[in-house]
Design a binder for this molecule. Structure first.
Ligand code: NAD
Length: 484
C-alpha cells in the first residue's frame, strides 16, 4: 500500500491530521494511506496559495496560458497511467477512463490555456472623461470535489481559475484523493509556479475550514444538494463567491416519432455509464405510450449485452460502485421498488465478479413506474437504476418533467425539428440535449437550474465566475470644489 501525501508549495507534503486509508471499490483492497490536513497545515497551504497567486497574477497571460496548455500535453502523455489509477480509485471501467476522464481534463486545460491571453476588459467613453473595466482575479480560490470524476473535476475547477490569474487550493473527495496529487505534480512539471495549485486531503471538516476562511475568495463545489446548501450558508459569513455543481433527477423524453434505437442508446448512456454515478443522468425516462413496447424490447436487448466486471479489464463496461455505504444506498432503492411492486424489467441484483470478490457491483436495472410519485422517481439514486414512465401528450410530459426540485439536465428524442427546440425551451434544466445525451465538451457551459446548482463551469461562462470587474473612472478635467 502506498502513502499518499498532500501537495503544497510545489512539493509533496505530509499533513498532521489523523490520516486514513482509502480502498479500491472493485475489490475492497486498501489502496493508499492518505495524509490529511490539520489547522496548522491549513494555515500553511493558505500562505503558500497567497504567495503563489501574487506571482501568478503578475505573469503575462500568454505565459500563463502556455503553462496550462503544456499541462494538457503532459496529461495526454500520461493518459494510460492516470487512467489506470483513476479506474482503481473510482471503480469505473478503464475503458472509460482511457478515453474520457483524463482526455476531458486535458481538453479543459487546453481550452482555458487558449483563453487566458484573450480575457479582455472594457472601455467606455464618457464625453471627455472615460472609464475602463478591468477583469481581475478573485485571489485564492477553493475547489472541493466529488468522487465520480476526480481528475476531470480538478481540471474543470482549476483550469478556468488559473487562466484568470487565481490560485487554487483543491480538496478532492476523501474517497478518491489520488489523481488530484498527480495533477499537481504535472502542473509543476509544466512550469506552474509553486503554490498556484495546492492539494489538501480530508473530509467535510477540511471543506468547512475552506468555506469559513476569509482569505479564500471563492468556493467551487461539486457534490450533493445538501452539501451545496450547507456551503452556501457557511459562505455567507465571509460573503464568498460560490459555484455549486450539484445533483439531479433529470428527464429524458422519447416522443413517438423518435428514432427508437437512438433513444435507447441515449437512455443507456444517461443511466449506465460510470455505473450510473453521473450527476446529469436522465433517470426518469418518459416514453410515449405508442412506442413504449418497442423501446423496452430494444433496451432490454442492449442492456443484457453490457459487461459488468473488473474495472481494469478493458472489456468491462460497468464497474463497481464507489463504496459499501453507497452500494447499500443504491440497493436500498432497488429493494424499496421491489417491495412496492414496481415492475422490474431487467437487473435489480448485486453482481458477483469472480476476480473482484468484495466489489460493489450492481446490475444495470430498469423499472417501469406507473406514477411519478414513487421514491425511485423523485430521489437521486446515483447508481445504474433507470425508471421508464409512460406519457401521451407534449404538454403533459413537459409539466411532469419539470415537476422536480432539480434542474441539471434533460434530453429530448424526436425527429421533429420544431418540437425538439420547443420542448427544450420549456424544460427547466441547465443543459438540454436533442437526440443525444450527456455530451459535455469544454466549449459549452455546464451547470444547474433550481436545486441543481449555481454558476456555470466550462465555456466562456466560467470566466465570469473566476474574475471580478473593477471599474476605473478617469477624470480629464480639473476637479472643481463641489460645495462652492
Ligand atoms: P458530497 O456532497 O458528499 O461531497 C462532495 C465534497 O464536499 C467532498 O469533497 C466532501 O468532503 C465535501 N463536503 C461535504 N460536506 C461539506 C461541507 N459541509 N462543507 C464543505 N465541504 C463539504 O458529494 P459526493 O458524494 O462526493 O458526490 C456525489 C454527489 O455529487 C451527487 O449528488 C452528484 O449528483 C453530485 N455531482 C454533481 C456534479 C455536477 O457537475 N453537477 C458532478 C458530479 C457529482
Amino acid at each position: 500500500m502506498e502513502a499518499l501525501k498532500m501537495y503544497i508549495g510545489g512539493k509533496l507534503y505530509s499533513g498532521h491530521g489523523r490520516g486514513y486509508t482509502n480502498f479500491e471499490p472493485a475489490n475492497g483492497n486498501p489502496f493508499h494511506t492518505v495524509s490529511t490536513a490539520d489547522p496548522s497545515d491549513f494555515e500553511r497551504v493558505l500562505e503558500s496559495s497567497r504567495q503563489g497567486q501574487k506571482e501568478w497574477a503578475e505573469m503575462m497571460p500568454v505565459e500563463r496560458g502556455r503553462i496550462l496548455r503544456k499541462t494538457a500535453d503532459l496529461l495526454r502523455l500520461y493518459n494510460d497511467e492516470l487512467a489506470e489509477l483513476e479506474a482503481r480509485d473510482t471503480g469505473k471501467p478503464i475503458s472509460e477512463t482511457l478515453v474520457v476522464d483524463i482526455v476531458s481534463g486535458a481538453d479543459c486545460l487546453e481550452y482555458f490555456g487558449g483563453i487566458a491571453a484573450g480575457i479582455e476588459g472594457e472601455y467606455m467613453d464618457l464625453g471627455g472623461d472615460f472609464a475602463y473595466i478591468r477583469r481581475e482575479p478573485l485571489g485564492v480560490c477553493g475547489g472541493i470535489g466529488a468522487w465520480n470524476y476526480p481528475l476531470q473535476i480538478a481540471c474543470w475547477k482549476s483550469a478556468p481559475a488559473l487562466a484568470c490569474g487565481n490560485s487554487m487550493i483543491f480538496k478532492p473527495s476523501e474517497m478518491t484523493p489520488v489523481s488530484a496529487v498527480k495533477l499537481a505534480e504535472i502542473y509543476s512539471e509544466a512550469g506552474l509556479p509553486d503554490g498556484v495549485f495546492n492539494v489538501i486531503h480530508g473530509d467535510a471538516e477540511i471543506g468547512k475550514m475552506m468555506v469559513a476562511h476569509p482569505d479564500i475568495a471563492k468556493i467551487s463545489l461539486t457534490g450533493e444538494v445538501g452539501t451545496g446548501k450547507a456551503i452556501m450558508k457557511n459562505a455567507a459569513h465571509t460573503l464568498k463567491h460560490i459555484t455549486l455543481e450539484l445533483g439531479g433527477k433529470s428527464p429524458i423524453v422519447v416522443f413517438d416519432d423518435a428514432d427508437i434505437e437512438e433513444a435507447v442508446y441515449g437512455a443507456m448512456l444517461g443511466n449506465f455509464y460510470t455505473q450510473g454515478e453521473i450527476c446529469s443522468n436522465g433517470t426518469r425516462v418518459y416514453v410515449h405510450k405508442s412506442v413504449k413496447k418497442l423501446f423496452i424490447e430494444k433496451l432490454v436487448e442492449e442492456t443484457r449485452k453490457l459487461k459488468i466486471g473488473n474495472p481494469l479489464d478493458p472489456k468491462t463496461q460497468v464497474g463497481a460502485l464507489i463504496s459499501e455505504d453507497h452500494f447499500r444506498k443504491v440497493m436500498g432503492y432497488i429493494d424499496w421498488a421491489k417491495i412496492n411492486e414496481v415492475e422490474l424489467i431487467i437487473g435489480g441484483e448485486r453482481f458477483h465478479v469472480p476476480d473482484c470478490k468484495d466489489g460493489y457491483f450492481v446490475e444495470p436495472t430498469v423499472f417501469v413506474g406507473k406514477s411519478d410519485d414513487l421514491k425511485i422517481v423523485k430521489e437521486e439514486i446515483f447508481g445504474p437504476v433507470m425508471t421508464i414512465l409512460e406519457f401521451e401528450e407534449e404538454d403533459e410530459v413537459i409539466e411532469r418533467a419539470n415537476n422536480t426540485p432539480y434542474g441539471l439536465s434533460a434530453g429530448v428524442f424526436t425527429r421533429d425539428l420544431r418540437r425538439g427546440h420547443r420542448v427544450s425551451n420549456k424544460l427547466e434544466a441547465g443543459i438540454c440535449w436533442i437526440n443525444t445525451y450527456n455530451i459535455t465538451p469544454v466549449e459549452i457551459p455546464f451547470g444547474g437550474y433550481k436545486n441543481s446548482g449555481l454558476g456555470r463551469e466550462n465555456g466562456w461562462a466560467a470566466i465570469d465566475h473566476y474574475t471580478q470587474r473593477k471599474t476605473v473612472y478617469v477624470a480629464m478635467e480639473k476637479m472643481q470644489n463641489p460645495f462652492e
